[in-house]
Design a protein around this ligand. Structure first.
Ligand SMILES: [Fe+2]
Ligand SMILES: [Fe+2]
Length: 362
């Protein structure tokens, strides 16, 4: 909690706020000269004024701890400022024996001279950033696990190793649990915050497909089957160059042709793997087919396209439209849904209608 709060004010690019408390007015200009304008300083003379301050600030106390009246004033102050988590006391080196007193008063750190505040703040910034990266929220950690499974799957394929189906199944189960517990909107928001490119796409498609399956009343095994098809639907992209996958803007005809190979590549990677169901294989190979026969790679027509594939195709298109890419703004969920509605000959109308609840749910 504390680390998240601190991250907030660092990540907004704001200066740190230092609440400086001293018993010597002459020390205030010196602190201001050291820290401003890079940081903000709120100065308070011990025993005077209100102690209100932002709990995100850093408390710095520079007072003579040998004087009992000062100690009493500090005790009072610390009770009012207990929400501040970083409390630094200046204890001059010749008063080394006062260090214990500082900690007894609630210090979280001791500075040997007031000048040490400058490197201390820099160090705190670095630590806060590292801690924030190392300790994402529980939800972000769950997404990170799923993303890791995707990354491992793609890396293995690139190295010519077979896909580990249990990894894909675990990633799918994690996403099913997340969407069941937190809802699809939370999944969409969080994935788009933390991931990019193909991994973001795979995470989004799987979340959307799972949300769709749950919404239309699929039961456990069917939700997992559609989820697994979504998890694996673009594995063939592991063999498509990144220059094409991440190209900003439209692909030229040659690049488009290369890109269009990914469903067959994915199918070939999976077809001999024990335990992959025909429905999942179908989803991987045919998620770019359209009911009117204009899709690829096999230009299937409506009767040849199973229901699971139709659900997957809708989820795939929707996820691609709401993705965040560095070079284009994402479509809103409403705009993305409107585009699906305009693909009347290609997608099954009743399914698109049913998808409305999933697409637009808050
Ligand atoms: Fe695809
Ligand atoms: Fe896709």
């Amino acid at each position: 909690m504390v680390k998240t709060k601190r991250l907030d004010f660092i990540s907004m690019g704001q200066a740190m706020l230092v609440h400086f408390v001293t018993d010597e007015p002459g020390k205030i200009p010196a602190i201001r000269a050291m820290l401003e304008p890079e940081h903000r300083v709120v100065a308070q003379l011990l025993g005077t004024g209100e102690a209100n301050t932002d709990s995100n600030s850093v408390l710095m106390v520079d007072a003579d701890l040998r004087v009992s009246v000062r100690v009493e004033q500090i005790k009072l102050l610390m009770r009012k400022l207990r929400s501040i988590t970083e409390r630094l006391f200046v204890v001059q080196s010749h008063l080394q024996h006062m260090v214990a007193q500082a900690y007894a008063l609630g210090a979280t750190g001791v500075l040997r001279s007031s000048r040490e505040i400058v490197p201390k703040l820099a160090q705190m910034e670095i630590l806060a950033r590292a801690a924030a990266q190392a300790q994402p929220s529980a939800e972000a950690a769950e997404i990170a696990d799923s993303a890791k499974a995707f990354a491992a799957m793609f890396a293995a394929i690139k190295r010519g190793k077979p896909i580990d189906l249990s990894d894909a199944e675990n990633a799918t189960s994690q996403i099913v649990n997340y969407v069941e517990t937190n809802g699809l909107s939370a999944w969409l928001d969080d994935v788009r915050k933390y991931h990019e490119g193909t991994f973001q796409h795979c995470l989004l498609v799987t979340g959307v497909a799972v949300g769709f399956a749950l919404d239309i009343g699929f039961k456990g095994a069917d939700v997992k089957r559609l989820g697994l098809a979504a998890t694996l639907h673009d594995v063939g992209k592991a063999h498509i160059p990144l220059s094409i996958l991440d190209k900003p803007g439209r692909l030229d005809p040659d690049e488009e042709q290369t890109m269009r190979r990914h469903p067959v590549i994915g199918y070939e990677l999976l077809e001999d793997l024990p335990g992959v169901s025909p429905e999942v294989l179908d989803g991987v190979r045919h998620h770019h087919e359209y009911l009117d026969g204009s899709g690829y790679p096999d230009a299937l027509k409506a009767p040849q396209i199973p229901d699971l594939v139709r659900l997957l195709t809708i989820s795939d298109i929707f996820a691609a439209l709401v993705e965040t890419r560095s070079y284009k703004p994402p479509k809103s969920r409403q705009d993305a849904y409107n585009i699906l509605c305009g693909m009347d000959q290609k997608l099954e109308r009743p399914l698109v209608k049913a998808f409305r609840r999933v697409a637009l749910a808050a």
